[in-house]
Ligand binder design. Structure first.
Ligand SMILES: CC(C)(COP(=O)(O)OP(=O)(O)OC[C@H]1O[C@@H](n2cnc3c(N)ncnc32)[C@H](O)[C@@H]1OP(=O)(O)O)[C@@H](O)C(=O)NCCC(=O)NCCS
Length: 325
């Protein structure tokens, strides 16, 4: 389709009733293949997030949704300071109406409203199509997050060479570990473990048991928890298996061990490598302790409160903080 005329495009905040139309256009522009229940996932992601309901803007042409722009509320913590952030996720302009400024209008129009609502910064890991647009809108390239890989089995070496392509959106079913929803339901024990972690001076997600239960609990995403001991409080890793080329990737989204013990972390990584059919494990970490370093996704940021953009070394993200769903 083509735009009827730039003056006819209406931009407004989305309402829950717009959800089916939003998902329909996102499906076309983002090439969601229908392997997952997109509407249920969109609802979970944007309306059930404990950090808050997502602010979403849409562009309409003759009552048809031609552009979508969603921000996911995300709370960060640095020492004891909370930073109110949003992740710029799910943005799509329908094919046929692209390169006409819809994404730019949706995004730039949202920023003053987000700032007025107390959001201090926007961050994301844009793809090659959206990055040039963000840079034009004054986003800063923070740098590539450091990812680490660990080859799980030597015979996977060939398949790993084919893994230089996007991972599948859906996860491979596995009965290793246990469903994340069940394990993370032990809220008090999870909170006690989180309370034992050393204070961090870098920017990390302000997680508590409710945030973890939401983030990893949706059954369609098939996140699994690998425990270290019998109690969840002894430490655990959250992971999922997905296909990348001919390889099976174990995406290790977070590892939480009492006092962030590196020996316990190594044990959990080894356990995932040995008990799943993964070709390799992938996670984000700045420490040199485990695995081999590889360049991770490019992190970009736009401050809304006039403060400087934190340098790459100031961000302490885990894979689950930036994984696209
Ligand atoms: C990325 C996307 C949302 C951009 O939407 P859009 O409405 O066409 O964007 P705009 O017209 O506002 O473009 C703004 C700038 O972005 C850049 N840009 C947009 N599309 C581009 C492309 N295909 N290649 C290179 N640069 C591009 C250009 O710099 C452009 O400015 P210009 O037209 O003045 O040169 C759209 O291409 C899309 O829906 N892609 C598929 C979904 C996707 O990848 N979403 C992003 C990840 S969630």
């Amino acid at each position: 389709m083509s735009l009827s005329g730039d003056g006819d495009v209406e931009i407004r905040r989305a309402r829950p009733a717009d959800l089916p139309a939003i998902v329909k256009s996102a499906r076309r522009a983002l090439a969601w293949t229908g392997e997952l229940d997109d509407e249920a996932l969109f609802h979970w992601k944007h309306y059930e997030n404990p950090f808050g309901e997502s602010p979403i803007w849409i562009a309409l042409d003759r009552d048809q949704v031609i552009g979508v722009r969603a921000f996911l509320h995300w709370k960060l913590r640095q020492d004891t300071t909370i930073v109110s952030a949003v992740r710029a996720v799910d943005t799509a302009t329908l094919p046929g109406t692209q390169r006409r400024g819809v994404f730019t209008r949706l995004t730039l129009g949202a920023l003053p409203e987000l700032a007025a609502e107390g959001v201090q910064l926007v961050f994301n890991t844009p793809n090659a199509r959206s990055l040039p647009g963000y840079l034009k809108m004054d986003w800063t390239e923070v740098g590539r997050l450091q990812a680490r890989v660990r080859i799980a089995r030597v015979r996977s070496a060939f398949s790993i060479m084919t893994a230089r392509q996007p991972a599948s959106r859906s996860s491979i079913e596995t009965d290793v570990g246990e469903p994340a929803a069940a394990a993370l339901d032990e809220r008090h024990a999870v909170d006690r473990l989180l309370g034992s972690l050393p204070d961090r001076t870098d920017l990390v997600t302000a997680v508590d048991s409710a945030v973890l239960a939401w983030r990893y609990g949706h059954p369609q995403l098939r996140y699994r928890v690998m425990r270290l001991g019998t109690s969840i409080e002894d430490g655990f890793a959250i992971f999922r298996l997905r296909r990348r080329g001919h390889a099976i990737e174990a995406a290790v989204c977070d590892v939480l061990t009492p006092e962030s013990d590196p020996v316990a972390t190594r044990r959990l990584l080894r356990r995932i490598a040995r008990s799943t059919e993964a070709s390799y494990l992938l996670w984000l970490a700045r420490t040199r302790r485990h695995g081999l370093p590889i360049a991770g996704p490019l992190l970009t940021c736009r401050r809304l409160d006039g403060q400087p953009v934190p340098a790459l070394g100031d961000w302490g993200f885990v894979l689950g903080d930036i994984e696209l769903l």
